[in-house]
Write a protein that binds this ligand. Sequence first.
Ligand code: GRF
Length: 210
Amino acid sequence: MKKVKIIVMISGGGTNLQSLIYTIHNNKDINGEIVSVISNKEDVYGLTRAQNHNIKTKVINRNQYSSELEYEKSLFSFLEELNTDLIVLAGYLSFIPITIIKKYENKIINIHPSLVPSFCGKGFYGKKVHKAVVERGVKITGATVHFVNEEMDGGPIIIQRAVNVDLNDTVESLSEKVLKVEHEIFPLAVKLFIDDKLKVINNKVEILNV
Ligand code: GRF
């Protein structure tokens, strides 16, 4: 059977990318392959992680293009060239043009380091999420894997997992705890996609026979 072709998009260290590479390379029953890793930044460690596994890398940075349309064309033609079936945003901090989001409806997956709809949307990215969680004093946070739609962090939710917040937690300790569950649920969501077990109805995801 034809393997699901996955493009992973990153902007940073790529620990989530690493967990995906690990899962895909170590499970013969996963019918998918990472065909390329795209970064919007040149000097990020995530690119090295990909190269260490002989995965083709590409830097596509919105600022290199004279217009949003040129950027969109370049990104889209790269995705089409590789016959992309699934786009995985693993700590990708730039934006995906709306036309691409529409063309790949329910085929783009993102991970967010909180329990959506808390601590998400505009301004909530990276360590800022955990800083807001610590400052608010909530008792539970977590991670969310969701499909991407036009609304920031607003697409259908695939999997969420909670993490307890302790009074002595810091941004760093919380980030570590949340990353640990991210590395479990992200590969799981990708596997469910590959196995065609995710059905989206009315902005909700049903997970079929698991
Ligand atoms: C993760 O916390 C992820 O939830 C968020 O960006 C961070 C990326 O971390 N979207 P890494 O580059 O995968 O280590």
